[in-house]
Ligand binder design. Structure first.
Ligand code: FAD
Ligand code: A2P
Length: 278
């Protein structure tokens, strides 16, 4: 039978992208930050903390892809991402306008160093993040394995101002009050998760860079933790290259050694983005 539909109707059909996933939710947090959820490919298996390549079709018709940490936990039916909006960024200048029902490209090949298996067993697990570097920890904080392996989990997140902390603040609040998670994670898990947000350029309850609050001992005094030592403490770091470099110095100063998937040790690091000229 011949297709009787007018040509104009045919052009309204959604374009089928390679590895296309449908956007289900978008939330704008500030003029620089937004989060969104997409359908999850049935075949996608990942370890909490890993990243994938996602993107859109560029003007030349070719996929324009960037690395993104999966912010949702492995048990979630959908995938969540937390994103920067770079005003003239090739991808995010467009991605920031996506709407539910639209499609993105997602290459289902997760990788990354911020995984529990890259660390030796310990007592406390520290997550150190600046800006969108909280994304892999948004996944790990919702993974029951995290709380099975460690008796305390400490999320330190630093941004310039209070509004930039809001995604993480709501996330931690929701994790702690979620009845389904309480059932999944076991009794008392909410008390195992400590949250230490700070700002550096706006007045708030706790201020200062993560590096300074660790070296001065302020974070330990505020949290009621004696300090970081290589026997008990494990760390995961995710931020700008400058932050990651400074954090390595701080953690090595406490006697921790950097690990990897193939060589688990006391801390691991991953870039939250690749900076200008790097
Ligand atoms: P790009 O050309 O990629 O970047 C332009 C400039 O914007 C960069 O040079 C840098 O100065 C700045 N920039 C880029 N990303 C960020 C950022 N996240 N925070 C602050 N400044 C930034 N980005 C996310 O928003 N969320 C994530 O979960 C995330 N995970 C990543 C994981 C890995 C392993 C890596 C390497 C990068 C990750 N990124 C993430 C960065 C992401 O890949 C892109 O750089 C970002 O989406 C901007 O893309 P763009 O094409 O608009 O601009
Ligand atoms: P500061 O305001 O003192 O620069 P940005 O928005 O530039 O990516 O920074 C996010 C947060 O990370 C800011 O609070 C910033 O503090 C902090 N930061 C940037 N560089 C470092 C670093 N090398 N060590 C510790 N914190 C850093």
């Amino acid at each position: 039978m011949t297709d009787q539909r007018p040509v104009t109707e045919a052009t309204a059909t959604p374009i089928t992208l390679p590895d296309a996933q449908t956007v289900t939710q978008v939330k704008h947090w500030t003029d620089r930050l937004f989060s969104f959820r997409v359908t999850r490919p049935a075949s996608l298996r990942f370890r909490s903390g890993e990243f994938v390549m996602i993107g859109l079709l560029g003007d030349n018709g070719k996929p324009l892809l960037r690395a993104y940490s999966i912010a949702s936990p492995a048990w979630d039916d959908e995938l969540e991402f937390y994103s920067i909006k770079v005003p003239d960024g090739p991808l995010t200048s467009k991605l920031q306008h996506i709407q539910p029902g639209e499609q993105i490209i997602l290459r289902p090949k997760p990788v990354g160093t911020l995984v529990l298996d890259a660390l030796l067993p310990g007592k406390r697990l520290w997550f150190f993040a600046t800006g969108t570097g909280i994304a892999p920890f948004a996944s790990l904080m919702r993974d029951p394995d995290t709380f099975e392996r460690y008796s305390q989990v400490i999320m330190m997140h630093t941004c310039r101002d209070v509004a930039e902390l809001e995604y993480g603040r709501q996330l931690v609040e929701n994790i702690k009050s979620d009845e389904m998670l309480a059932e999944l994670f076991g009794e008392g898990f909410a008390d195992k998760l400590l949250y230490y947000p700070t700002t550096t350029r706006e007045e708030s309850a706790h201020m200062g860079r993560i590096t300074d609050n660790l070296t001065s001992g302020k974070a330990f005094a505020d949290l009621g933790i004696p300090g970081i030592n290589p026997e008990e403490d494990r760390g995961m770091v995710c931020g700008s290259l400058a932050f990651n470099t400074d954090m390595k110095t701080v953690l090595e100063g406490f006697g921790l050694e950097e690990g990897a998937n193939s060589d688990p040790r006391q801390y691991v690091v991953e870039k939250a983005f690749v900076g200008d000229g790097i």
